[in-house]
Design a protein around this ligand. Structure first.
Ligand SMILES: [Zn+2]
Length: 381
């Protein structure tokens, strides 16, 4: 059974227009339109051409129809700078990431979603309440990716070519998804993840009315800042008029960028305007505006590592690629840099090679538990 939605998605994920696909496949634009609307079903010959042009096996088009993620339902950080084609490409990738997690959850019990909805609160108060509900105290979050996974958030990687998109989130079947651009610094990714958590907590239903986009972005940033650097703890650290060295030491403690900490100190009036500007200038000169010299190792996924590279009944890249009718490279793309490189490179079924790999950062005491399904279900078709 040919699924028109899959043709459209396969085209969009490569950033191709109808004309672009027509040129690449030799199938006419008119036929393509008819195939995508479902008015006509492609011949076996056309299907072969399309599959080749779109780098998928023909079986990809025969799987069940896909529900696309609407652009309004996703929290794009920089929508204005993102062309519709690029936006559709990352959304198509996100749809496939959802299928990937659906496949994983047919083999493992994943943590239930547990994200508070606090859309009536100001970002600072919401961040404090989330910390309280999750019993985090006011210490630094050791590993935000692990923490979010334990609260039912499913994380995936964005294609690095979309470097102008840092991250976005959406909710599908009551399950929150966050896609991160893993080409950024560890601190940047961590802040991006906290920013998306802010959207999930503050912006119920994620109805992304473009007219209030700026406000939402600002709220999500305030949430991230307050969540990663709680007011009471920062105030207790004697950071008033802090020196550059002090800021560089404290950013390690909080595991945030020096710039993010500087903004926070200014926000909490621990740096006055003049001190804030001077600090920003000094950090800029030292290269801290676009990079994070001596920064943290980016956080990786505990869940994906256990599921894909653990010892018990794991889902290998090959399994997932077969089940989803995708290339193994696509599956590796979903988890790019979210599992340690040595594990991600282990593409063969050489056994539990990754069990010895441990997160360099230690684990959040998050209670993440993956329970293998008692009857491991394989998809039958
Ligand atoms: Zn945002």
């Amino acid at each position: 059974m040919f699924a028109p939605s899959r043709l459209k998605l396969a085209r969009q994920r490569l950033g191709l227009t109808l004309t672009g696909l027509a040129n690449a496949s030799g199938v006419s634009p008119r036929s393509l339109t008819n195939f995508e609307t479902g008015d006509r079903v492609p011949s076996a010959e056309s299907l072969e051409k399309l599959a080749t042009a779109l780098s998928v096996p023909t079986a990809f088009f025969d799987r069940e129809a896909l529900e696309a993620i609407a652009p309004e339902a996703a929290s794009f950080r920089k929508l204005s700078k993102t062309s519709a084609t690029r936006r559709d490409a990352v959304l198509a990738g996100a749809s496939l990431t959802v299928e990937f997690y659906d496949y994983i959850s047919s083999n493992f019990h994943l943590p239930e979603p547990n994200i508070p909805t606090l859309d009536k609160l100001a970002p600072e108060a919401a961040a404090e309440l989330v910390r309280q509900r999750w019993a985090l105290g006011d210490r630094p979050v050791a590993n935000l990716v692990h923490l979010m996974e334990s609260k039912g958030v499913r994380l995936g990687a964005l294609k690095h070519q979309y470097h102008d998109i840092d991250a976005f989130c959406f909710v599908r079947d009551n399950t929150p998804y966050v896609l991160l651009n893993t080409s950024k610094s560890g601190e940047r990714q961590r802040f991006d993840a906290a920013h998306e958590l802010g959207h999930l907590v503050l912006h119920d239903e994620l109805e992304m009315d473009p007219s209030t986009s700026k406000e939402r972005e600002s709220e999500a940033n305030q949430f991230a800042s307050a969540f990663l650097m709680p007011r009471s703890a920062v105030l207790a650290q004697s950071m008033r008029a802090a020196s550059l060295d002090r800021v560089l030491a404290a950013r390690r403690y909080w595991r945030v960028s020096a710039m993010a900490l500087t903004h926070r100190l200014h926000e909490l009036r621990l740096l006055n305007n003049w001190q804030y500007r001077t600090m920003c200038l000094n950090l800029s000169e030292l290269g801290y505006r676009s990079t994070e010299p001596g920064g943290i190792v980016p956080e990786t996924s505990q869940l994906l590592r256990k599921v894909m590279y653990g010892t018990a009944g794991r889902v290998t890249v090959r399994d997932a690629a077969n089940a989803l009718s995708l290339d193994q490279r696509d599956v590796r793309g979903f988890v790019r840099d979210l599992v340690p490189v040595s594990a991600a490179d282990d593409l063969s079924d050489r056994g539990p090679a990754a069990s010895a790999i441990d997160s360099p950062l230690g684990s959040e005491r998050s209670g993440l538990k993956l329970v293998e399904g008692s009857q491991r279900r394989r998809r039958s078709g």
